[in-house]
Design a protein around this ligand. Structure first.
Ligand SMILES: [Zn+2]
Length: 323
């Protein structure tokens, strides 16, 4: 399967550039926005929280340029990065971990333990696909991009957590109280979303992504259930894994659009009808999105994530019979 490569080559090549500026979310809470740029895989959003003992960073991006913005932020405010929380193991969220460790050797990284299985499965397969693609390509820029993906994977344990989140818990991290929610088998086998009760900010990781849900490693139905859990949290602002900050009303729009997309994919409606439904339902959230780009993404995800054999779904949903 060439899932991620197809996404990399066929879809994100047409992605839109977006500013990577620091955006103030609440006192002591800033967003370093991720981006899509042509011919590159995306960076997820990073959220930086000022804590009593230093900075807590939620997700570290993929490319060196994104992670450098986090390190520059720490330099400007003259505070050490004391902790990183990874929402999930996708490379656009953990790829900067080694650079943060190099700059702040004392940093503690928190995440679920799902990366270990991914490293031996999904990421190992992806690495093989990258090697195959490099062997066949004559495009030096593309080869360089793929090589940097391999380098990221080969960072191995530098990507792993120091502290494995095994259950939902309230925890003081660097002196700031945070609620870490563990969600099993939603976007990945182990997702962590974070609620900051003092700022009433919720960092959703890839449980909320725009311009479409990124379903590559997801259990779509359990993701839907996870959105209910987010809705029951008293946040004022929700930070998606990809896309602009959301109010409660905007998140409610996303939730309806997501549920309708799943219902459409489960019906005998055409892919075009489902994509049109998403574009209509999520219209208020998609001001900057190119509809053709959205349709290409949904065309891919309906075929490869939503209309798939039961065995594939059961594996990602953690409901496969053990052998
Ligand atoms: Zn992501």
């Amino acid at each position: 399967m060439l899932r991620w490569l197809i996404v990399a080559i066929g879809v994100f090549c047409t992605g839109r550039a977006s500013a990577g500026d620091v955006i103030a979310i609440a006192p002591g809470v800033d967003l370093i926005a991720g981006s899509f740029v042509p011919n590159r895989q995306p960076d997820g959003n990073s959220l930086v929280l000022r804590a009593r003992d230093g900075l807590v960073v939620i997700d570290t991006g993929r490319h060196a340029g994104h992670t450098q913005k986090i390190l520059d932020y720490a330099k400007i405010v003259n505070l050490p990065i004391k902790a990183v929380i990874n929402s999930h193991w996708h490379l656009d969220h953990i790829g900067g971990n080694p650079r943060v460790r190099a700059a702040f050797p004392e940093v503690k990284i928190y995440s679920s333990g799902a990366i270990d299985e991914a490293m031996h499965g999904f990421l190992a397969n992806y690495r093989k696909q990258l090697e195959g693609a490099i062997a066949q390509s004559k495009d030096d820029a593309q080869i360089a991009a793929w090589r940097s993906e391999i380098l990221l994977i080969d960072a191995g344990h530098a990507l792993y957590p120091d502290v494995v989140i095994e259950k939902t818990q309230t925890r003081r991290i660097a002196g700031r109280e945070l609620v870490l929610h563990l969600q099993a088998h939603a976007v990945t086998a182990g997702d962590v979303w974070v609620f900051d009760p003092s700022a009433r900010v919720l960092a959703a990781g890839d449980l909320v992504t725009l311009p479409v849900p990124f379903l590559d490693t997801a259990c779509p139905a359990r993701w839907d259930t996870a959105l209910d859990d987010l809705a029951h949290t008293e946040f004022k602002t929700l930070i998606p894994g990809h896309g602009a900050p959301m109010s409660r009303a905007q998140f409610a729009t996303y939730r309806v659009a997501y549920a309708n997309l799943l219902a459409c994919a489960a019906s005998d409606k055409t892919k075009t009808a489902c994509a049109d439904g998403w574009l209509a339902d999520a219209k208020a959230l998609l001001a900057d999105a190119d509809p053709a780009f959205v349709k290409r993404l949904l065309d891919y995800y309906i075929d490869n994530s939503l209309r798939v054999p039961t065995a594939q779904r059961d594996k990602l949903c953690g409901t496969a019979a053990s052998t």
